[in-house]
Structures are given as C-alpha cells and as structure tokens.
Design a protein around this ligand. Structure first.
Ligand code: BGC
Length: 735
C-alpha cells in the first residue's frame, strides 16, 4: 500500500503526460487535414525536403525523429518484384521472395472482366503486404499506339474505356489490402525509343482527353488511387514530371487528385519545374547514394531559402506525401494493417482464372478445338514457347524489365500438356526454332518430321521478352527466329496444326496466316500460363478472351506508321508527332476502311450466342439512355460472352471515329440459357473534346447505338438522337 501511495502520483503523472503527448497527427478520430496541419507544424525545413525525394531506390525516409516510417515502393505491375539492392536495380539475390506471377496487363485487359481485375489487385496487394511494401507500382495503362512499343504487354491495350474499367478494378483490389496502387505512366508514354530522354509527344488536347487520359481520370475519380507516376517523356514540350497542365490543371485540379505524384526513376529534370509544376516525390536513378543532390533535395531547399520557390510549394508536396502515409495507417503504429498472404492456393486460383479468361480463340475454322482426343493417338508439341518460362527465377530483363516477376512456379505449356495428354496419347516435343540462327535448319527439319508423324500438331510460338521489354521497342512486327518459314512448313506437313501465339502485341503473321485454320493468342500468362492454355485447348476452359488491341496485317496499317514518316514514329529532333490525333487502333482501322486481320473486341468461343431484342429508351429528366438486349447461348456448351456496346455518330460535323466502345458486360450463360443485359449511357458518352472551348461538348444529331460480339461483329443497332443543349452529366465518359 505504501509503495502504491508512493507510485501513484508518478503513474498519474505519466498517464497525463502520455495523454497530453498523443499528438493530433496520430489521432485517427480527428479530420485528416487537421492531423496533417498538426504534423506539418512539427517539421523542420530539412525534414520536409527530405520527404520529397528518395533515400534509397525504393523508399522515401519518412520522419525518423517522430517515428514515422517512409514509404516502401515496389514494381509492379503484375507481381511483386523480387527484392532489389537498396541502392540499385540489381537483384538482392534472396531466396525468400518468390511470388505469384499474374498474367501481364494486356492479358488482364483481354479478359474484359473488371471483377477479375479486382481479384488480381487483391492478390497483388496481399502479396505486397507480406513483402513489406506500401506502394505497388501499377497498374500501367498507357495506350497501345504502336504495336512496336516494347512495353505494350505491361499495359491494357488500345482503348481508353476498356483501360479505365480494368484500372479501376485493379486499383480497388490493391487498395483493399492496405497498399497504395500507383497509376503509371502519366501521360502519353507510348514508346521506349527516345521516351527516356524526354522525347516530346506532340499531341492535341483532344487526343489527350479522348484517348490518353481517360484511364487516369477514372483511376482518380472512381477508384481513389493513392499515387501516380509521372512519365519519362515530355508532353507538348514540357517534361511529364514537370508538366503544369497535366499535373496541376488536370490531375490535381479538374480531377481532384489529392494523393502523391512520384517521378519515374530519373524522370525529374529540373528543380524549378519539378517543384513548381510537378511531382511531389522524386524517385531516383542515381548510383552514388547522393540522394540529397536530387532536384527535390538540397537544390530545392536552397531555392526555398533564397526565396525563389515559395515555402507553400514544399508544404503542399509534404502534405500530399503525408496524406498517403496517413491513409495507409503509417502515422499510427498501433494500427494493425492487413497482414497479407503469399503464394496461397487462392492466389494461384485467381491467377489461373485471369489466364483462362484472357486467352483469345482467334480462328477455329476446322473445329479442331476443343481437341477431340478420341481421334488422336499422337500429338507433336512444337515451338520454343512451349517450354519457355517468361519470368525465370532471377528476374531482371528476361521478364521484360522492371515488371519482371520471380514466380514460385510457372507452369509451361509443355508441362501442362504432358500432364493432361500423356495418359491419352503419345506426346513428342520438338523445339522448332531458337535464338541460334545456325541451328535453324536442323531444328526446322526435326520439327517438320515430328509434325508429319503426328495426328495433331500443337505449335506454341510467338514473341518473348528479348523482344518485348522495357528500354526498347521492336524493330518491326516480324516473328523472330525464322518462325515465318517454320510455321508454313508445319502447316504443309500437317494440316491438323493448332497455332498458339504468345506475346503482348500484334505480330506479322504473313505469309501463312490465311492457311492456318486454327489460331490462338495466349499472351504472357504468368504462373498458370501452361495450365490455362492446356485447359483451353482441351475444352476444360471455354475461351472467352477478347482482343484489347487490333491485330493488323501490316505495320503500315497502324496510324503512326501509315505514312512511314519518322515524325510520327519514332520521332525527329526530339519530338514525336501524334498527327493521327484520336485515330488510334480500331478508331483508325475503321475510319480508314482497313480490314484488320482480327479486329478489336474479337474472340471466339466453343459455343455460340444470339443477340436479340434491343431496346433503347431515353429518360430526358435524367439525361441518360437505358439500353438493353437479350443474349442467348445457342450452342451446346456453357460459355462467357462479352457483350460490347459502341456509339457511332451518324453524320458528325467534326471528324471522329466511326465507333467507340462505351460499355461492355461479360455474362456467363449455360447452354440454351438467355439473359437480359442492360446498360446506361450518359450524355457524356456521346461527347467529344472541343479544343476551342477546351471542354467536352455534345454535337447534336443522330447516333447509332450498336451492340455486338466485337467492333466488327455488330448484331443489333438503334438510332438515337442526342440533344446538344442537354447538360453534360459526369460519368465514365467526360467531364
Ligand atoms: C519504369 C517504371 C518502374 C520504375 C521502377 C522505371 O524505369 O519506367 O515503370 O516502375 O522504373 O522500377
């Protein structure tokens, strides 16, 4: 008792001291901005400046004096990157950092399934948590302007609406796990050649708003993305990381983004530009640990101290950085963040589902698929991509650059096919091609012999990450390693040949493509790539992938290459001119009357679907159109159909794409079953960006609402009239 009496004042004093010392910034009950006011008031100039630049390649420092940890970032975008050295790009050489390798971004887009994108994001977020990461550097959503762009595989294809839906799902998924997503690369980062030196993309505001920005806007407006990454390139003469129009006027201004913008690694070029109009957090490409000398390091501090940059600019950046820190729970050490999980069966299953739904059955003219094993005694599996692991352990460039993943496992097509086919048929394998040109003839001969001897050939070829990778573009669309000679030889040797192509972009399939009766596009599908492919070939998975890119016959069919003018690609004098404006991808093919090999949105199924009974009604007071139709599975198998809605202006006064994707819905229908699919269209979905008025505008006049199975397989249509005077409603279209 005596001791207690003695201790009591001490304890009470301690308790009240502790109570008094819980600073406002740590109090989750207080409004966010009040907490940030408090925190900012406690920081010295040096501490604030330190927050605005990296202190290793992968972190910023936080505020050590106050026990506030820095942010730990990691690539992204389709798996948590292996651990790297703190002060460099190289692998840390660990053996405890194997993860689930999710299908690459273009494959995710090919699912046309935002719900799957969300489950994909959840896997990424959960794995990031276990690995101690706060920010995942994805999704990447730069538009596939040219098929040569080495990073197309990482991104979400050529259409801004599809990219938006996928991005929103992905970000929501990541951020449910207590991890920030990072939308990249903002903006118009559509080629590797020259982009890293800040090549200036000369692009109209209309093309920016209609094509290159909608995905970013949706990420902010609809998914509340917490961070964004400025691109390496310049846009209309100003570095993307220092671009007031992009970052201040649009991102933070019109769209209301209140998270942080980081630079791409080394993408900040000047202190003034980065400080006044640019990024909040400068990330690094410096070798010598002299992080203080970065643009937003000591030079920034000096500019402030000498009055050339107002302190308010620094405070605004620090507030945005700490807002993200706070929203992730890092100001509250007592807060239990989601623990995450790694390489679970659920993660594998999610990766498999995405891979299954991404695979595109391009052509099935002889109904060779799904394979009827009753009539097949021997199968020749041919092609280097049948046994290639596209993300081999060790990561680095083989996986395509910064997006390389070190998967716990990656099932190859050959492995999965052997598992499934070997009990039922004799399976042989021939490589057919390889990087060593001296071996080409021998490899080809052996493959042709194997093809002749087998009842059926499963060819798995296409591209790999020696060609499709960060830091370079492909020189042309050609298939590598003599495949353009090998494939026709195989088709001649055995007409029962299934051609499966792996890759992330369009390939030149001449001269043999018209004689190939069975064609499949299988992307870079990650840990479960082989399983998903084998299931699809065997009919255990009914393919439902749809093209997120147009597959053209020739490079010149793509707008940037139409005139073979270096101004349009790869650029001259440090500038690349997007003269095609909004006519990119199918928008160009349709406007120019070009027949693609396979159009945007195309993809077959093992069943068939009928479309009927389109109804469109307008609700004038709400300014929306309600659209519905019935889709029926008319075949013998259950299947997923992606119902696509395009809006086509009938007699536009301003040149515009003949049609644009505005809605889609993926529905599962059992054999014989039908469903009513409904959509709502807002006035904004008919709008174009008016450069003179610098805002969106609806041109009055008739439009056709078209519904179908691809951009060129439109089954139903109805004319609607849109009142130009009607108020533009905000929505997924315009603002
Ligand atoms: C890439 C980014 C990547 C970053 C960090 C850059 O070179 O462009 O996409 O997130 O490196 O690895």
């Amino acid at each position: 008792m005596g001791v207690l009496r003695h201790m009591l004042p001490l304890l009470l004093g301690l308790a009240s001291a502790l109570a008094a010392e819980v600073p406002a910034f740590r109090d989750p009950a207080l409004p966010e901005e009040r907490r940030l006011d408090d925190l900012l008031g406690r920081l010295s100039l040096e501490e604030k400046v330190a927050l605005c630049h990296a202190d290793t390649y992968w972190t910023n420092p936080g505020v050590p004096r106050l026990g506030i940890p820095g942010l730990v970032v990691s690539d992204g975008p389709h798996g948590v990157h292996e651990e790297r050295l703190s002060h460099g790009w190289a692998s840390a050489g660990r053996s405890d950092d194997f993860v689930t390798d999710l299908p690459a971004g273009v494959a995710l887009a090919a699912t046309w399934n935002p719900a799957l994108a969300e489950s994909y994001g959840k896997v990424l977020g959960a794995e990031a948590r276990v690995r101690g990461k706060d920010v995942i550097l994805g999704p990447g959503i730069n538009i596939a302007r040219t098929p040569l762009f080495g990073r197309n595989f990482e991104f979400t294809g050529e259409d801004p609406y599809l990219a938006s839906r996928i991005a929103v799902g992905y970000i929501r998924g990541v951020q449910t796990q207590g991890v920030a997503a990072c939308i990249k690369h903002f903006a118009a980062n559509n080629q590797e050649i020259g982009a890293r030196d800040g090549i200036s993309v000369e692009v109209s505001r209309r093309a920016l708003h209609e094509l290159y920005l909608p995905g970013f806007r949706a990420a902010v407006r609809e998914a509340g993305v917490l961070t964004a990454m400025g691109a390496y390139n310049s846009v209309n003469g100003t570095f993307a990381c220092e671009n007031g129009y992009l970052l201040d006027e649009l991102l933070r201004g019109a769209w209301g983004f209140d998270g942080l913008v980081m630079s791409d690694w080394g993408g900040s070029h000047t202190t003034q530009g980065s400080a006044l109009h640019g990024i909040d957090l400068e990330m690094n490409g410096r070798p010598k640990r002299d992080y203080d000398r970065m643009n937003l390091g000591k030079p920034f501090q000096k500019e402030i101290e000498e009055g050339r940059i107002p302190l308010s600019m620094l405070d605004a950046k620090v507030r945005r950085i700490l807002r993200v820190t706070m929203r992730l729970g890092l100001l509250n050490p007592e807060k239990v963040r989601p623990a995450g999980s790694l390489n679970t069966p659920e993660h594998r299953a999610a990766a498999l589902r995405v891979a299954e739904q991404s695979i595109v059955l391009l052509r099935n003219d002889a109904s060779l698929l799904p394979l009827d094993l009753a009539s097949v005694a021997s199968v020749a599996v041919i092609g280097g991509n049948a046994l290639k692991k596209h993300s081999p352990p060790g990561g680095g460039l083989p996986g395509g650059g910064s997006s390389a993943v070190k998967p716990l496992h990656e099932t190859t097509p050959l492995e999965a096919l052997l598992t499934k086919l070997a009990p039922l048929a004799t399976v042989t394998y021939a490589q057919g091609y390889g990087p060593d040109a001296a071996q080409a003839t021998a490899l080809r001969e052996r493959a042709v012999t194997a093809a002749k001897a087998a009842d059926l050939v499963l060819y798995v070829g296409g591209l790999d990450h020696t060609l499709e990778t960060e830091t370079k573009d492909r020189p042309d669309m050609k298939l590598p390693y003599g495949q353009s000679q090998l494939i026709p030889a195989l088709l001649a040797a055995n007409p029962r040949t299934v051609v499966v192509l792996v890759g992330g972009s369009a390939m030149d399939l001449n001269p043999w493509v018209d004689s190939a009766k069975t064609l499949v596009l299988a992307w870079y599908n990650g840990s479960e790539a082989g399983t998903a492919l084998a299931e699809t070939l065997l009919g255990e998975n009914n393919p439902s992938g749809r093209l997120p890119i147009t597959l053209g016959r020739r490079l010149e069919d793509y707008a940037p290459h139409a005139k073979s003018d270096r101004r349009n690609y790869p650029g001259v004098g440090g500038k690349v001119y997007y003269d095609e404006g909004v006519f990119v991808g199918y928008r160009h093919f349709d406007a120019a009357g070009l027949a693609p090999l396979f159009c945007f949105g195309h993809g077959l199924s093992y069943t068939s679907f009928a479309y009927e009974n389109l109804k469109v009604s307008e609700s004038p007071d709400k300014g929306v159109f309600s659209v519905e139709c019935t889709v029926r599975n008319t075949g013998a198998r259950d299947g997923l159909e992606t119902v696509q809605l395009y809006v086509a202006p009938k007699a536009p006064r301003t040149p515009r794409p003949p049609r644009e994707l505005k809605r889609f819905s993926k529905v599962l229908l059992k054999s014989g079953e039908s469903a009513v699919v409904s959509f709502e269209l807002a006035k904004a979905d008919f709008a174009i960006f008016d450069e003179d008025a610098d805002s969106w505008r609806v041109e009055g006049g008739p439009f056709i609402v078209e519904i179908g199975a691809s951009s060129r397989d439109l089954r139903l249509s109805k004319e609607v009239s849109v009142d130009p005077a009607a108020k533009l409603t905000h929505g997924t279209g315009a603002d």
